[in-house]
Design a protein around this ligand. Structure first.
Ligand code: EPZ
Length: 425
């Protein structure tokens, strides 16, 4: 098992290139299933989730090739075996995004119930209902969904999601692109990654429009063509590095990120009194943690986009330990996503869990190094941030979770002056 050894207290400074968004690229890889022509993705992050999905698509029978630099070339020719193994579904929930495009183009797929992970149950009932509304038959047996489309293909439907679901929206869009007739999706997600998928699909010839705030209409077409698409910057990685700069009182320039995707986070920075400069034209955000302003406590509530993203919540909690006064965090999306707080307490934070979705964080407190373990991706990033802010040395295990969603995180942090290295334990 690998661990990170981090000695904190060093103000970070310099520039970091934000990689392509994990939660965009995985869906765009699935979009390539919708055509027998070549698709090329640029700005693809070197993360293990991409490698896992690449392997699954290869086993199905598709060619997925890394190009030099940050490119990925995909060709979904013929299917040899439309199957996603259980162990993949457990590792990569996002593999469920193959359901829509596989039903739309090939009419069948056997895939596992991805199950929940540390942050909650995370069922896929909304995805299944949307596919059934479009005429698919989906039987659930021994942990697997056996999905098939009617012989004459999926048909357009009116889908209204009971609550906002990012991948549910994306699966429905992907399936609808080749369905017969029109599909209307209500209560659709607004995340930037959904819009980036729509942009790629439209470049492939799909007919997709947002016709009202949370309504998407898709006119099915007979076939889609290949395309080349550049993946948007990863707003979650950007927020992680922004917080690293702020908690170490450093100055860091984030390159390759659209500040418009960080709206809710930057609004919290304003309330915190954190100094920054956002430049949409240059696609950069400069975080000025060294400005020395004392951070002010804030109340934060996670919400669907454009609200404050649940994925931002854990990393932000480190910053709140450095703010003067009592801040509160309210996690409204997932039922079990505050587990990282107990590790921050172990590092000296003053945190009171009010219930399983709310906590009060009182600061500023000086964090100190500790030996901690990571249980999921965003909690992992959070512990790295805490270790960077703490005095002394921390040892963090379970870092394979971080490699899932952060490209070469220690190399990027070292380039900013951090004292972090990866050891074999
Ligand atoms: C996406 O997950 C992201 N993952 C998550 O990021 C992110 O936290 C989440 O959206 C919310 O923004 C990817 O895009 C790969 P949901 P998704 O469907 O689509 C419930 C990360 O760290 N629900 O929007 O799976 C669900 O339990 C990951 O990168 C159902 O009940 O999330 C949750 O409470 C973590 N039935 C709520 O909806 C369903 O069929 C929102 O989930 C689907 C979802």
């Amino acid at each position: 098992m690998q661990k990170f050894v981090i000695t904190g207290g060093v103000p970070l400074s310099g520039e970091v290139r934000i990689a392509g968004a994990k939660n965009a690229v995985l869906k765009q890889m699935a979009a390539a299933v919708l055509t027998d022509e070549l698709c090329t993705l640029r700005n693809v992050p070197k993360i293990s989730d991409v490698a896992i999905l690449r392997e699954v698509m290869g086993d199905i029978g598709f060619e997925v090739r890394r190009l030099n630099g940050d490119g990925l070339e995909l060709h979904a020719g013929e299917v040899s075996w439309p199957f996603v193994p259980l162990e993949v579904g457990m590792k990569l929930r996002a593999s469920f995004i193959l359901l829509g495009p596989m039903l739309a183009r090939f009419g069948r797929l056997i895939l596992p119930n991805p199950g929940g992970d540390r942050i909650g149950r995370r069922p896929v009932d909304f995805h299944v209902a949307a596919m059934e509304a479009m005429g698919a038959t989906i039987d659930y047996r021994n942990g697997y969904y056996f999905a098939s489309a009617p012989p004459d293909g999926l048909r357009g439907a009116h889908i209204e999601f009971p609550t906002i679901t990012v991948m549910g929206t994306e699966n429905a869009i992907l399936a609808a692109t080749l369905a017969r007739g029109t599909t209307v999706i209500d209560n659709a997600a607004l995340e930037p990654e959904v819009d980036d998928l729509i942009a790629m699909l439209c470049a492939m010839g799909a007919q997709i429009q947002r016709t009202a705030e949370r309504r998407i209409e898709v006119q099915g077409v007979a076939r889609l063509r290949g395309t080349e698409h550049r993946v948007i910057g990863d707003r979650l990685e950007a927020e992680t590095f922004a917080i690293a700069a702020a908690t170490t009182r450093g100055d860091v320039t984030l390159n390759g990120i659209d500040p418009g995707h960080l709206g809710a986070f930057l609004e919290i920075c304003d309330r915190l009194g954190l100094s920054y400069h956002a430049d949409a034209a240059a696609a950069t955000v400069v975080i000025r943690g060294a400005a020395g302003d004392e951070l002010r406590a804030v109340d934060v509530r996670t919400d669907v986009y454009p609200g404050f993203a649940t994925d931002f919540q854990a990393p932000l909690s480190v910053l709140l330990t450095q703010a003067a006064g009592a801040s509160t965090i309210h996690e409204t999306i997932f039922e079990d996503r505050l587990d990282h707080l107990r590790h921050l307490v172990k590092m000296g934070a003053d945190i009171e869990l009010l219930d399983e979705r709310r906590a009060r964080i009182t600061g500023p407190t000086q964090l100190h190094g500790a030996e901690v373990g990571i249980a999921d991706l965003r909690a992992g990033a959070t512990l790295i941030l805490a270790a960077l802010a703490a005095t002394g040395t921390s040892v963090i295990s379970g870092i394979e979770h971080v490699d899932r969603g952060y490209e070469q995180i220690e190399a990027k942090l070292v380039a900013l002056g951090a004292q972090i290295n990866r050891i074999e334990a």
